[in-house]
Write a protein that binds this ligand. Structure first.
Ligand SMILES: C[S@@+](CC[C@H](N)C(=O)[O-])C[C@H]1O[C@@H](n2cnc3c(N)ncnc32)[C@H](O)[C@@H]1O
Length: 313
């Protein structure tokens, strides 16, 4: 729990401005709700996930570097991301638990999430992170390059692609021999998020994971996860995670779809049975999507609450 006490001043300010959210977040901490979901989608033990979440805070060289970077980030005129936020640690823990060979990330900016994922790959002793960044310097301190937060000793496993994800992602996804993890944190418009999900998801291996940062800004993540009928999807601290079903699950889902198409016309001459049956399969999946843990808002209810959108960190 060391991570929880880093950046204590900022956390206390958040508790004061939104005690309701703080209480819910604390309930999630004591029930290990986040960790249980991450364990479910990665197949790792809950206690290990718990260790992973705290690992960056127990890596002195990394912690020293990040706190130096944070001092520089504080001098920018923009409110920068909380470098100690749990949402970054969730991505870190997914990389540690999934042990990916290949990760594709869109949106680097200062490189806070890139640095954490690269630390996880370093600890795993395997894997490569491909990061796509258009090169907009708006959120960077003067004179800094995108990804400047990534320390030199973590750059060996990093392939940086400068350009628009709309051009680079489709080509990169096709070229890579496999894709274990895709993480979106570039342009958070509904259309762009949907575009990236649709490009990356088909290339994810069964059991691979799609992550969307700031998934509460619009319904793109929810809509995408629902259409894919992926039961293993949730939004934690604003980060949407959706695990691609195992090949067995994928076969099952395909069978349900095929059966629905086959038997529905026979149910009634008028076709109304078909309509009911066609609706029932997505409804089943949507129900599974909503089965969160204590204190976890359903995807839809969280997305519909603008106050919570701002508060998820
Ligand atoms: C929210 S910031 C990323 C924050 C970063 N993940 C971190 O943890 O520090 C979004 C970044 O996406 C980049 N971006 C926006 N549109 C993009 C696009 N179409 N392709 C690639 N990068 C894009 C922006 O330049 C910006 O640096």
């Amino acid at each position: 729990m060391k991570w929880l006490f880093l950046n204590a001043k900022q956390r206390l300010q958040r508790i004061a401005t939104n005690p309701g959210y703080a209480a819910k977040a604390m309930l999630r901490e004591v029930t290990w709700a986040d960790e249980r979901f991450l364990a479910k989608i990665t197949g790792e033990r809950v206690s290990r996930i718990r260790q992973f979440i705290d690992e960056p805070a127990h890596t002195p060289e990394f912690l020293r570097h990040i706190s130096e970077c944070e001092k520089i980030l504080r001098t920018t005129r923009f409110e920068s991301a909380d470098v100690y936020a749990k949402k970054v640690l969730i991505q870190y823990a997914i990389v540690r638990a999934l042990r990916p060979e290949t990760i594709v990330e869109t949106g680097v900016a200062n490189g806070v999430s890139s640095a954490h994922m690269l630390l996880a790959l370093h600890k795993n002793r395997q894997g490569t992170l491909h990061s796509i960044e258009i090169g907009d310097s708006t959120y960077l301190p003067a004179g800094r390059e995108p990804g400047w937060v990534v320390p030199d000793w973590l750059r060996g496993r990093w392939k940086f692609h400068l350009g628009d994800a709309r051009q680079i992602l489709p080509q990169l996804a096709r070229e890579l021999p496999s894709l274990d993890l895709f993480t979106h944190d570039s342009l958070h418009t509904y259309e762009h998020m949907k575009f990236e999900f649709e490009q990356a998801f088909p290339f994810l291996r069964p059991g691979g994971i799609l992550i969307a940062d700031d998934a509460l800004w619009n319904d793109a993540f929810w809509d995408f996860a629902s259409t894919k009928m992926e039961p293993n999807a949730q939004i934690l601290h604003g980060v949407g995670s959706c695990a691609r079903g195992s090949s067995d699950d994928c076969d099952l889902i395909a069978s349900v779809r095929a059966c629905t198409d086959l038997i529905a016309p026979a149910l009634t001459d008028s076709g109304s049975g078909r309509e009911a049956a066609t609706k029932s399969a997505p409804a089943l999946a949507a129900g599974a999507l909503r089965c969160g843990s204590p204190g976890e808002p359903s995807l839809r209810s969280a997305a519909a609450n603008p106050k919570e959108k701002e508060q998820y960190q």
